[in-house]
Design a protein around this ligand. Structure first.
Ligand SMILES: [Zn+2]
Length: 518
């Protein structure tokens, strides 16, 4: 499945291997002329749902950070992977993965299977396991090089940040940011004051982050340069309530609970957002609110609710300051992939930056007449992984019920790469010129419309289906006489006739209703 989708994504312009002429460096992908507009639309959908709808605010902070910021955030000391080299073939491996695999194999022999393997894997990645302990563990398990069988040396620590030097004088290290969140924490005091010094306050941003992964080999799932959409929701811990919780309290959310995981189950259970709070599965109402909104958001982008779940991370997997973390995991052809992490970060980040910088980052709460450091719940979305999940979930291989012999994408209209395509039935008799007028008018209206005159009309319909264009507008002889055009719906191939002048409004209407069928 993943090979087929990647093949289609490359062939149809969704993705381009970066620097292709020179041989792609793994962990980097470009978005092509079909993929880039779709990625923007996914980002816009997030902006509308997570920023504008709730009156949250957006910032854009820098990507290069001085070392001290990332020392305070813990990234300089702890953001890395344990690395070990084979003494014979000199290849490098992640020590924790080797250990987890070895433990998993042993567990597998005991017949407990996949789940135990996963659990052990998480445990092997405990932040507490330092390189010395891993070295010892590897010796104890007798792990040899998976490539050549050679022996391993000592386990070292490899920091995953891209390092650079700021300015011409050496000794002024900077790093490409490993997450967008730190910029938001540092911008918080000014945004807070500029908007009435009130809590709760949500501040988000969409932008690139960087992780120098040791050996990324999973397409869009593990990238060295990727896009995040992060929201930091600052609130007074004395009142961890969300003003719009009432709108989502009945919404069902699928959770793989800690109890289930510990007892060896892999089954997610359904809870309403309200139950998550009452049963104390979610640490507070704000967390439950976001899990419900994330569920709605994913469904609206074409990821069916049965295909994802929130895994409540085990206490041992989360940092000491955490008040609870939930990973949204999507079932993909790579297995379960984490695409959103929602974390209750308490006051950790603001407190660390206050301590390291010597600045007072607390805020004055008018009603209580006191200063506090706000707490934060952070939903952090990976855009590239979501993009991949949408490709997988919306892919329809040919020969289905529609009787097509081409594969196509069932994207929701609001994130389809192109709003519509305009196709003259023939090049001759003024049809081409008429259609050119139509496409110009649509583009003036802000529709990103494609225009295609080459090949038979059937071939052109197929080409649009292949990139998930929801509507094809065709100009034919009747158009010249009566000023009407046909609109063909991607999902069932049916057509309706519409006055050309009403086209922009009708397309918006179809898209709003999510209608891709007649
Ligand atoms: Zn080797």
């Amino acid at each position: 499945m993943k090979e087929e989708i990647m093949d289609v994504a490359l062939k149809r312009g969704f993705l381009i291997p970066s620097n292709e002429a020179y041989g792609q460096v793994s962990g980097f992908y470009d978005y092509g002329s079909v993929g880039a507009p779709m990625k923007r639309k996914i980002e816009d959908a997030w902006r509308k749902s997570f920023i504008w709808r709730d009156g949250n605010l957006e910032v854009e902070t820098v990507m290069i950070l001085p070392e001290i910021v990332l020392k305070a955030s813990g990234h300089v000391g702890h953001f890395g992977d344990p690395l070990v080299g084979c003494e014979k073939c000199k290849k490098k491996f992640r020590a924790d993965t080797l250990v987890a695999d070895a433990i998993g194999e042993k567990a597998g022999e005991g017949g407990q299977g996949e789940h135990v393997k996963r659990l052990k894997e998480h445990l092997a990645r405990l932040p507490g396991m330092n390189p010395e302990e891993l070295t010892e563990k590897m010796r104890e398990l007798g792990i040899g090089c998976p490539e050549c069988g050679g022996g391993f040396g000592e386990v070292g620590w490899f920091n995953l940040m891209f390092k650079t030097n700021i300015g011409p004088v050496e000794g002024n290290p900077g790093y490409a940011r490993p997450e967008t969140a730190q910029g938001i924490f540092l911008a918080f005091p000014r945004v807070f004051r500029a908007h009435g010094s009130r809590l709760p306050l949500g501040i988000g941003q969409i932008g690139k982050s960087f992780r120098n992964e040791i050996s990324p080999r999973q397409g869009l799932i593990r990238l060295r340069e990727f896009t995040q959409m992060e929201l930091e929701y600052f609130f007074n811990p004395e009142s961890a309530l969300h003003p719009r919780f009432g709108e989502v309290e009945g919404r069902k959310v699928r959770v793989l609970t800690r109890e289930a995981q510990v007892s060896g189950s892999d089954e997610a259970q359904e809870f309403t957002a309200k139950e998550l709070v009452e049963k104390k599965i979610a640490p507070n109402q704000i967390m439950a609110y976001f899990l419900a909104r994330e569920t709605e958001f994913y469904e609206s982008l074409g990821v069916p609710s049965g295909d994802f779940r929130f895994r409540h991370m085990l206490k041992e997997e989360t940092p000491h300051y955490s008040g609870g973390n939930f990973d949204l995991e999507v079932s993909t052809s790579y297995g379960w992939v984490e695409t959103i992490g929602t974390a209750y970060r308490t006051d950790f980040d603001l407190s660390s930056h206050a301590k390291t910088s010597g600045q007072d980052l607390s805020v004055f709460i008018e009603e209580e007449k006191k200063k506090i450091i706000p707490h934060v719940v952070e939903p952090s979305f990976g855009v590239d992984r979501l993009f991949w999940a949408v490709l997988e979930k919306c892919y329809r291989s040919g020969g289905g019920a529609e009787g097509r012999d081409w594969s196509w994408f069932d994207f929701p209209p609001r994130i389809a790469p192109f709003g519509c395509a305009v196709l003259p039935l023939m090049k001759k008799d003024g049809l081409k010129e008429y259609a050119e007028g139509l496409v110009r008018a649509l583009r003036e209206e802000g529709v990103n419309a494609l225009f295609d005159v080459s090949g038979s009309i059937g071939k052109r319909y197929a080409r649009q289906d292949e990139i998930g264009t929801p509507y094809c507008v065709t100009a034919d002889y009747e158009s010249l006489e009566k000023g009407t055009v046909t609109v063909r719906f991607r999902n069932d191939g049916k057509q309706v006739r519409v006055p050309a002048g009403e086209l922009p409004a009708r397309l918006r209407e179809f898209a709003k209703a999510g209608k891709v069928t007649a």
